[in-house]
Design a protein around this ligand. Structure first.
Ligand code: NDP
Length: 259
């Protein structure tokens, strides 16, 4: 049978799903939570700052819930997932989005910088994913998304630790996609290009040359909007993407292929 409008609504909908978005109180996480909610999902947003989360949840409305959780509190991950399951039900979507950024030369990066970046992005995402997988299995499957970066793909100067962390995501995605596909769990990454958020401003303010270089290599000649990432995440988690597993999707206006 050919698809009709009803089928289109169905395959792009997240109705009945429960998503956890780490770092969901701000920036890209907030945009993903808002697009998930508009697509019918209930969403738990997490982060370290309770007041930021509460404000975000109030802004986004009744199906978005604030839960304080620090991804570097690795041992707390199973308890956090149990708490979510008890309060809202078992999740079907996990977005590993929480992140921090350090921009320094190789010589100026300290080992402490390096450890902190890896702890937040790599170990934090691993600990939570590991704890969430049994819950996703209890729901008959689901979708895990890692928010990677252009630094997963390109050689960007002055972000050695961040690049190491975001490149690690790609290996984790491939390994888990290969392992969890049989449990109906898909694992993918989004590699956002340069998107207008406070983190972008922190990285580019005071560096007009870098800003211009990015725009010059982006065929669309603009920075992205957080919503561009939100809709890509909705797609990857929707039934429309049910045969997409283990990929990294650049959402970058063509920056990663620009000449
Ligand atoms: P933000 O700084 O707005 O978001 C980062 C979020 O992560 C915050 O909500 C923060 O909340 C949360 N967070 C940081 N550390 C922890 C922690 N230990 N535990 C729990 N939550 C934490 O920046 P963006 O929205 O730009 O970044 C979101 C993700 O997108 C990051 O992984 C970033 O690397 C990635 N990215 C961003 C790009 C861009 O252009 N903006 C491009 C490519 C990738 P709190 O401080 O309250 O804990």
């Amino acid at each position: 049978m050919l698809p009709d409008k009803e089928r289109v609504r169905e395959v792009f909908s997240l109705e009945g799903q429960l998503a956890i978005v780490t770092g969901g109180g701000t920036g890209l996480g907030f945009a993903m939570a808002s697009c998930f909610s508009a697509s019918g999902a209930r969403v738990v947003i997490t982060g370290r700052r309770a007041e930021v989360l509460e404000t975000a949840a109030q802004t986004l409305g009744g199906d978005v819930f604030a839960e304080q959780y620090d991804v570097t509190d690795f041992g707390a991950a199973p308890g956090f997932i149990a708490h979510v399951e008890e309060r809202y039900g078992a999740p079907t979507i996990l977005v590993n989005n929480a992140g921090i950024h350090v921009k320094k030369t190789v010589e100026d990066h300290t080992l402490d910088d390096f450890h902190k970046i890896l702890a937040t992005h790599v170990e934090g995402a691993f600990a939570l994913t590991r704890a969430a997988v049994p819950a996703l299995k209890r729901r008959g499957g689901g979708s895990i998304v890692f928010i990677a970066s252009m630094s997963s793909i390109l050689g960007l100067p002055q972000v050695v630790a961040y690049s190491a962390a975001k490149s690690a995501y790609l290996g984790m995605v491939r390994s888990m996609a290969a392992e969890l596909g049989a449990s109906n769990i898909r694992v993918n990454a989004i590699a956002p290009g340069w998107i207008e958020t406070p983190m972008l401003h922190k990285a580019l303010d005071g560096d007009p040359k870098r800003r211009q270089k990015i725009l010059d290599r982006t065929p669309e000649q603009r920075f992205g909007s957080p919503e561009d990432i939100g809709w890509a995440a909705v797609y990857l988690c929707s039934p429309a993407a049910s045969f997409i597993n283990g990929v990294v999707l650049p959402v970058d206006g063509g920056a990663s292929i620009g000449f």
